[in-house]
Design a protein around this ligand. Structure first.
Ligand SMILES: Nc1ncnc2c1ncn2[C@@H]1O[C@H](COP(=O)(O)OP(=O)(O)OP(=O)(O)O)[C@@H](O)[C@H]1O
Length: 507
C-alpha cells in the first residue's frame, strides 16, 4: 500500500481545527457500513447533539503509515462543495486503541485511529432499492437521476473523476436529497486526457468498455457509463450488467450494446486488450429490443449513456438539461411522524436498545416539498410514499402516457401508517440477503448481489406499470437484500471494486 507521512494530512489549507479534535468528541451510536477502507459509524457530537457519520480510516499495517488513498480522498473532498456531494466536515483522531460501538477494543493493529467526519445520510441507493417492495416510482427515479447528474457534473467541472459510481456510493437522506459519496477512487484529471491512469477502477458491473479494454487515457465519460447503469438499474429493478469477471462483463456489454468495431468505435482495434477480448462474432446492438418495455425517452437517455465511444461525455450537459426540464413540474411530498425520525424507528442497536437521535431540521428541499398542511414527512423511497402534486413530466411532454396517470397512492393507513416504519432499513419480507453470506456489512470482495438468479418475490405489477403506463418493467423475480444490524437499508457492494484488489500504485 502506498503511504504518506502523517504531516501530509493537514498540509494543504486545512481548516484550523482539522485533526486537532479527538474522536471522543463523538459518541458512536452504531456501525452503518463497512467499506474496503474502514468502518462507518453513525455518531453524535456530544457538544451539539448533531448526528454525523464517522468513517474510520483503516490502517492495517501500522508500519506503512497513513494510506495514500485516504489522503487523496480527503484532498479531493476538500475541494468539492456542492449540495449533491457529501460534505467532509473535519478529521478527528484517537490517540489510543479505539473502541467500537459496543465498547470493545478495536482489533486494528494501529494504536490510534483517524476518522473522517461526514454529514450523516440516512440511506444509500442500493439499500433503499433493495428494501422497496415495488421499486421506485418514475418521479423518484427522475429526482435521483437529476441529483446524480448535477453532483457529477459539478465534480467534472472541478476536474474530478469519481471512478466508483454505484448505488451504495449514492447516499440519500430522509428528505430525498442525494449526495455522491466515497471518493476513495476519485482523482483529478486534466481535459487533455494525457494522463496515464489505471483502468482498474469502477466496480465491475458499472465499468465502461474502454476501461475493460485497457484504456489508460480517459475522462468524464467513464462516470457517465456508470450513470447509465444506475439509471437502467432503477428502471429495471435489478443490476443490468452483473458480470463475474472482466471477460464476462465485456461479453454482457457486447450483447447489449453490440460488439465494437472500427465503424461504431473508431480506434477500438488499437485498444490494448482488444485482440484478446474482442467478440468472437459480430453482435448487433439490442438495447432497444431487450428493454423495449422502457419508455422511449428513457431509452434515448440510455442510448446516450451507453454509447460505446467516449462521445458520451459530451452528452452529459444535455442529459442534465433534459432531466432537469423533466422535473420542472415535479414535486414530492415526504412525511415523517412529527416526533419520531427515521432512525428511532428503523435502527435497533445490536444490544437491543434503540438509538435516540435528534430530529433533523428540514432543509434544501429541491425534490421534496413539505406539505403545507402537515408537519410530517415520509421517507423518500417506499413505493407509493412519494406523492406527486403534479403529474410527472418527462421530456416527452404532458401528453405522454407516463405523464397522465394518477399520482401514486399513499400507503394504506396514510401518514399514520406505522407499519411503513417498522424497519425502513431492513429487508422486506422474503429477502434473501442478496448473497450476504458472511454476514458483514458492505464488502465488495464478497460480491454483494448474488450473481445467480433472483428468486421470485411474488411481486405484482412492475412499478411504473398500471394506469399511468410508466416506463421500466421490473422483472418479477427481483430479490431484495437484508443488511446487518436488523437491516441497515445499506446496499451491498457489487463485486469487482478496484480497491479490494489492492492494485499497487493506481492513479
Ligand atoms: N456520510 C455517511 N452517512 C451515512 N452512511 C454512510 C456515510 N458514508 C458512508 N456510509 C455508509 O457506509 C458505506 C461504506 O462507505 P464508503 O463507501 O464511503 O466506504 P469505503 O471504504 O470507501 O467503501 P467501498 O468498499 O464501497 O469503497 C456506504 O455504502 C454507506 O452505506
Amino acid at each position: 500500500m502506498a503511504i504518506a507521512d502523517f504531516g501530509q494530512l493537514n498540509m494543504e489549507e486545512p481548516p484550523p481545527f482539522w485533526g486537532s479534535r479527538g474522536v471522543d468528541c463523538f459518541e458512536k451510536l452504531e456501525q452503518v457500513g463497512e467499506g474496503t477502507y474502514g468502518q462507518v459509524y453513525m455518531a453524535r457530537e456530544i457538544k451539539t447533539g448533531e448526528i454525523v457519520a464517522l468513517k474510520k480510516i483503516r490502517m492495517d499495517n501500522e508500519r506503512e503509515g497513513f494510506p495514500i488513498t485516504a489522503i487523496r480522498e480527503i484532498k479531493i473532498l476538500k475541494k468539492l462543495d456542492h449540495p449533491n456531494v457529501i460534505h467532509l466536515k473535519e478529521i478527528v483522531t484517537s490517540p489510543g486503541r479505539d473502541r467500537d460501538d459496543q465498547g470493545k477494543p478495536d482489533n486494528n493493529k494501529y494504536k490510534g485511529g483517524i476518522y473522517m467526519v461526514f454529514e450523516y445520510m440516512d440511506h444509500d441507493l442500493t439499500g433503499l432499492s433493495d428494501r422497496s417492495t415495488q421499486g421506485f416510482t418514475v418521479p423518484q427515479i427522475k429526482c435521483y437521476m437529476k441529483q446524480l447528474l448535477t453532483g457529477l457534473h459539478y465534480c467534472h467541472i472541478k476536474k474530478v473523476l469519481h471512478r466508483d459510481i454505484k448505488g451504495s456510493n449514492l447516499l440519500i437522506d430522509n428528505e430525498g436529497n442525494l449526495k455522491l459519496a466515497d471518493f476513495g477512487l476519485a482523482r483529478s484529471y486534466s481535459h487533455d486526457h494525457d494522463g496515464n491512469l489505471t483502468n482498474r477502477v469502477i466496480t465491475l458491473w458499472y465499468r465502461p468498455p474502454e476501461l475493460l479494454l485497457g484504456a489508460t487515457k480517459y475522462g468524464p465519460a467513464i462516470d457517465m457509463w456508470s450513470v447509465g447503469c444506475i439509471f437502467a438499474e432503477l428502471l429495471n429493478g435489478k443490476p443490468i450488467l452483473p458480470g463475474k469477471t472482466e471477460t464476462e462483463q465485456l461479453t454482457k456489454i457486447y450483447e447489449l450494446c453490440g460488439s465494437p468495431d472500427e465503424n461504431n468505435w473508431p480506434g477500438v482495434s488499437k485498444m490494448p486488450w482488444f485482440d484478446q477480448l474482442k467478440s468472437p462474432r459480430p453482435l448487433r446492438r439490442r438495447l432497444r429490443e431487450i428493454y423495449r418495455n422502457f419508455d422511449r425517452h428513457a431509452l434515448e437517455l440510455l442510448e446516450k449513456c451507453w454509447c460505446l465511444t467516449r462521445l458520451r461525455e459530451y452528452l452529459q450537459r444535455m442529459l442534465l438539461m433534459q432531466i432537469t426540464f423533466g422535473l420542472i413540474r415535479y414535486r414530492v411530498i415526504q412525511r415523517v411522524y412529527p416526533n419520531m425520525n427515521h432512525h428511532m424507528s428503523s435502527r435497533q442497536r445490536k444490544d437491543g436498545k434503540r438509538c435516540v437521535i435528534m430530529r433533523k431540521q428540514p432543509r434544501n428541499r429541491k425534490c421534496s416539498i413539505l406539505s403545507s398542511s402537515s408537519n410530517t414527512r415520509w421517507p423518500p423511497q417506499q413505493h407509493g410514499v412519494g406523492q406527486t402534486h403534479a403529474a410527472p413530466h418527462w421530456p416527452a411532454g404532458p401528453n405522454h402516457p407516463i405523464n397522465n396517470g394518477p399520482p401514486p397512492q399513499l400507503p394504506a393507513g396514510g401518514p399514520s401508517g406505522h407499519h411503513y416504519y417498522q424497519n425502513p432499513r431492513g429487508p422486506a419480507p422474503g429477502s434473501n440477503g442478496y448473497g450476504n453470506q458472511t454476514g458483514g456489512y458492505n464488502n465488495r470482495s464478497r460480491g454483494g448481489y448474488s450473481s445467480g438468479s433472483f428468486p421470485s418475490q411474488g411481486r405484482g405489477a412492475p412499478y411504473g406499470a398500471g394506469p399511468s403506463g410508466g416506463y421500466g418493467v421490473r422483472p418479477p423475480n427481483y430479490s431484495q437484500s437484508g443488511g446487518q444490524y436488523g437491516g441497515s437499508g445499506r446496499g451491498q457492494n457489487p463485486m469487482g471494486g478496484a480497491r479490494n484488489q489492492r492494485y499497487g500504485g493506481w492513479q
